[in-house]
Design a protein around this ligand. Structure first.
Ligand code: SF4
Length: 88
């Protein structure tokens, strides 16, 4: 499945819990904000938003990472554009 993952750099406070839980998907940049990777690779350069192909297991890990964010800086959408997290 495809997932669109968006980090709001204005909300990110650099707590890095998303990186601890899902290091294949999130990494800290020089500004101490989380950026989105594609399976550990920033293939098109670093980005606060990326659409990646994910297995069900990877999806669960990415959502756990998003749930760990104290400021709800991470939003996840499915390929139809439905918001998976945070629940609306
Ligand atoms: S958990 Fe949230 S605040 Fe912490 S680095 Fe990740 S996006 Fe930023």
């Amino acid at each position: 499945m495809k997932l669109r993952i968006v980090v709001d750099p204005d909300l990110c406070i650099g707590a890095a819990s998303c990186v601890t839980i899902a290091p294949e998907t999130f990494q800290m940049n020089v500004e101490n904000k989380a950026e989105v990777l594609d399976h550990g690779v920033a293939d098109c350069g670093p980005s606060y938003e990326r659409t990646i192909e994910a297995t069900e297991e990877e999806k669960e890990t990415i959502i756990l990472g998003a749930q760990s964010c104290p400021t709800l800086a991470i939003t996840i959408y499915d390929e139809a554009g439905t918001q998976l997290y945070p629940a609306i």
